[in-house]
Design a protein around this ligand. Structure first.
Ligand code: NAD
Length: 424
């Protein structure tokens, strides 16, 4: 089918929005998506930018820029995390919001996609400043957020405490407790058992599914994990429990390597005490580049965007890459990885365990009922295994990479829903 829509501009420098658009375009072309649906799905439904003044501890007022982008609400209320980092900007939030749309469609939960963020360094803010900033942001977004409308969750730089402040501020505005307005809350406020581990657990389940297809034996396989926060540390622990030897881990302080396998419990304990891996003696220090190009079987990037690029992709030795982070591979590295025969389980599939259990949290809040951890894990594992199989099947049907297949599955679902609902 001839496509008339304009091709995305060539990628000049690394930008997650360009990477997202490249893949969206490629999948839409293979799917033969009609031009009007392409145009409708390409842009976010809503982008809100706010400037929130906050009184700092020393009495001066600082203005912070915050964003919330709703990419799509076709499948249901929009869902997506809130990121606090200096690097937060509108393009990044737009890319992350679109990825949420595709992710929710792949795992088959009734949510659209959104993302938010505030440009700030949370490590430089006191707990009081963080609370005032979060409450001011919630107030500014009161017409965007809502349990039936748009539901935030934690992302980099935010945590269950941040969600508790959003829940409280929103509830005060509503006049009644509204736990379902956010997920990733502390358990006592209606958080779900299993939510903290959910993304790492989904990474482990996807890794196992991919290893089975590639006939790789976990107990004789090695792995390297970039990033040792929520996703990285839990993925590392669960993969170790599956029998893989985790030879390298890293965080913002550097990368650590031990041929015989790092003791992940010891590393977790070290980070709990010291806040980072800096000074960790359980492995020798290597560079970030060395970690990514180590001679291991499985590589799990679970830190930042654009870590695997055309600069290092041809030096990657892992047979399997499982993307714990959002956007860790720049689009310009895709072809190199494909040509090398590396299977990449893409972010929008591999890290979707988090949003799946967020959905369970929201369901439990709306029911006013709590599930056991065993029930949460069982249901989440089932969702992840099924999603992997669907994407794998599409990759065979269309003879494309797992990444393109994941976009095809997602775009097909959102496009058909949009058509049924109608576009005026
Ligand atoms: P986090 O803040 O808990 O951890 C981030 C980790 O990355 C930290 O260990 C940090 O030190 C490390 N890091 C930062 N810069 C680094 C660098 N230059 N090199 C190596 N490590 C570096 O964040 P998280 O929740 O684990 O999120 C990580 C990624 O996973 C993000 O892309 C996020 O969007 C994605 N993600 C998270 C979830 C979730 O449920 N938490 C769900 C889906 C996707």
């Amino acid at each position: 089918m001839k496509m008339k829509y304009t091709e995305p501009a060539p990628i000049s420098e690394l930008n997650p929005l360009d990477s997202m658009m490249e893949r969206f375009h490629e999948a839409a072309r293979i799917l033969g998506l009609d031009e009007s649906t392409y145009e409708a799905l390409k842009s976010p439904e809503k982008s809100v930018i706010v400037n929130v003044p906050v009184t700092m501890d020393d009495g001066h007022i600082k203005v912070f820029e915050g964003f919330r982008v709703v990419h799509s609400s076709k499948l249901g209320p929009s869902k997506g995390g809130i990121r606090y980092a200096n690097s937060v900007n509108l393009d990044e939030v737009k890319a992350l919001a679109a990825w949420m749309t595709w992710k929710c469609a792949i795992v088959g939960i009734p949510y659209g996609g959104a993302k938010g963020g505030i440009t700030c360094d949370p490590r430089e803010l006191s707990p009081g400043e963080l609370e005032r900033l979060t409450r001011a942001f919630t107030l500014a977004m009161r017409d965007v957020f809502g349990p039936e409308r748009d539901i935030p969750a934690p992302d980099m730089g935010t945590n269950p405490q941040t969600m508790a402040w959003i829940m409280d501020e929103y509830s005060q505005l509503s006049g009644y407790a509204s736990p379902a307005v956010v997920t990733g809350k502390p358990l006592v406020l209606g958080g779900s058992l299993g939510r903290v581990e959910a993304t790492g657990r989904g990474v482990m389940v996807s890794t196992r599914s991919a290893m089975a297809k590639l006939k790789m034996n976990p107990s004789t396989s090695t792995c390297a994990v970039q990033g040792f926060g929520n996703v990285g540390s839990i993925s590392a622990k669960l993969l170790e429990m599956q029998g893989l030897k985790v030879c390298a881990i890293s965080d913002v302080s550097g990368a650590y390597y031990k041929k015989g396998g790092i003791d992940i419990d010891a590393a977790v304990e070290f980070v709990e005490k010291n806040k980072s891996l800096e000074g960790f003696k359980g492995g020798k220090i290597i560079s970030n580049d060395e970690l990514l190009t180590l001679d291991v079987d499985v590589l799990v990037p679970a830190a930042l965007e654009d870590q695997i690029t055309e600069q290092n992709a041809d030096r990657i030795k892992a047979k399997l890459i499982v993307e714990g982070a959002n956007g860790p591979t720049a689009a310009n590295a895709d072809r190199i990885l494909n040509d090398k025969g590396i299977m990449v389980v893409p972010d929008i599939l591999a890290n979707a365990g988090g949003v799946s259990v967020s959905y369970f949290e929201w369901v439990q809040n709306r029911l006013g009922y709590f599930w056991t951890e065993e029930r949460v894990n069982r249901r989440a594992d089932r969702i992840m295994k099924q999603a992997f199989e669907n994407v794998y099947k599409a990759s065979k049907k269309y003879k494309v990479s797992m990444r393109t297949a994941a976009y095809i599955v997602a775009i097909d679902k959102v496009a058909s829903t949009s058509k049924l609902r109608g576009i005026f």
